[in-house]
Design a protein around this ligand. Sequence first.
Ligand code: CDP
Ligand code: MG
Length: 697
Amino acid sequence: MARQINFSATAVTSTEDKPIANGTSPQTHITKASKRSKIDYRAQALALRPQRERLPIYSARAAIVREIRKHPTVVIVGETGSGKTTQIPQYLLEAGFSQYGHTAIAVTQPRRVAATSIAKRVAEEVGTQLGARVGYTIRFEDCSSDKTQIKFCTDGLLLREILADPLLTKYSVVILDEAHERTLRTDILLGMLKDIQRTRAAQSANGSAKEGSAGALKIVVMSATLDAERFSEYFDNAPVLYVAGRQFPVTTYFTTTPQSDYLDSAHLTVLQIHTETPSTSGDILVFLSGQEDIENVERLLRESAAHFSPGVPQLLLCPIFAALPPSQQARVFEPPPEFTRKVVLATNIAETSLTITGIRHVVDAGVHKVRGFDPRVGESLLVEPISKSSARQRTGRAGREAAGFCYRLYTEADFAQLPEDSVPEIKRCHLAMVMLQLKAAGVSNVLAFDFMDRPSKRALKHALLELYALDALDDKGELTALGRWMSEFPLEPAYSKVIYASQQAGCTREVIDIVSLLSVDTLFYIPADKRDESNAAQLAFRSSDGDHLTYLNLLRAYTQANADPTWCQEHFVNRRNMRHVLDVRQQLNRLCTRLGMDINKSCGSDLDAVLKCFLSGFFHNCALLQPDGSYRSLSGSQTVHIHPASALFGKKVPAIFYDQLVFTNRLHARAVSAADPFWIAQASPKLYGRLASSVSS
Ligand code: CDP
Ligand code: MG
């Protein structure tokens, strides 16, 4: 081993609770069910019942149902793994809160992976086919029917449903799960649900509700952290129920020195754990910032594992992150084969929203990816240190089933410097999309919206200005016809504007392709030791106009190669993400067709039309070449560097536009293309009128 990471043992998390009795596993039922050609859902559910009854939340079942019956809103706090997400919807179903074919219980999750995997588990527990009585709906994928009684969905998806059904009449109960995460969309939902609840209560009280309408709306807010008082206050002092959890002691280690490369440290720490403890001592869960990190560590571990001496158990590497296709999620939850140790590589998705059994060792890189927004630089993705509260949640994952170990890849002194909690997303990210949704849902004065945490006036104004510049709002701040059209798309307004522009420009097919391609983090694999090789392979797709058209070339070549795995490997193409791209494209095509667009309109080889369309949405993300060879952003006069992975890296063109800024050690523009400065001026006369006249004169 090249390097050894030194950890010092420091702390043991306390635990009051006793370990749960190891009940007998109901294997016999499962075997019986799987022997039949048809799945026996009832037997499956029966088999899972003892597990359900062993969960800490089970004893609180009656009290939970009683409180929810009594109060319009209830806040429930319970340790991760206590059974909130899987059990409470079922308790409400069993207690008659949903009427078959009439009303349903919605459960929102901040992440799609959580929504789909938990729906699958709950369908098994209820004893129904996924998509029937229990289902899920996430962006670009609907696995539910009008008979669905428990529906898991992302918070963003429920927000979209409000546009079509402003009083959410389909639902008798909405459960806002993982509310402690305070995602932008959860926060907006909180405000909208509060309003919907009030309106429905008034309708029920004065009898103005139509015959057979949904009646009052119950709201359940669920959180894994203790600071639930804020939710209670926000909902007029709603009662807070605490569910005791079970936690075994976890020995926590810090590194003795700061780590310069947390990916390498994570890789080495996993190897250290694996070689120093028997694989029967439990699986390993590693927290990293995002898909790129995960795929890098996955590769490092795969290479190391190839050189294990005989007799060392193998590693089963299971990545899990938001964009992972559902077909690949299931592996994380399955037990590893014999003489194999499971290593789960996860983002903060595994912090509170997913419970993975068998974990005894946690490796915490101490970072997560957050969306940041600064009016001068626009929206950016940042890898930032986590909060103390997140660090504790991550540690807790090691002590779910027995005493465990947590290896923090940072020093104790660094831990002391971490903020207690993360800042709610609404305070730090771009608001244009949700402002557009609020407007479309009939909230005309968004400045007066009942926010639990109010974003700054500056951020709100900036979002409204962007919507105005995109022609989604008129000069009185009212939604335009275009704005309403744009709100149909589950996309940032800039993208829906680009799609709109593609109709006139006659390049809808190319634009939808590229928008789909931009929906994933990376399209290529770039192994550190094969950088030159992968660069050479990518040259085949490279367009001198930049990344947008390069990506388009890649998609065309991928389609021509019939998505062949060998072809992908030879060209360092990320297959996992390409499959996601195709899914997104299919959904966008469907939506555009429904809106009456001709999705086959193609511009052939006149690809300038495509770039101009992108500028009609991304005129905010432009930079001009300076005499000293650097690029300076038009909107904030910041120096912007072209990302090394870009087709335009090292090139000097008069102007560029980009999809996104990523802040690592400096501001990097990702997905960059060349633009004619005159096109930029044309794209938004409202913003760059002066530039237009100076360029044309
Ligand atoms: O929401 P909360 O963190 O309180 O717990 P949960 O997600 O409802 O999970 C309760 C239990 O269900 C976990 O401890 C797991 O043992 C089990 N579970 C499972 O086995 N497989 C899943 N896909 C989800 C949950
Ligand atoms: Mg949960």
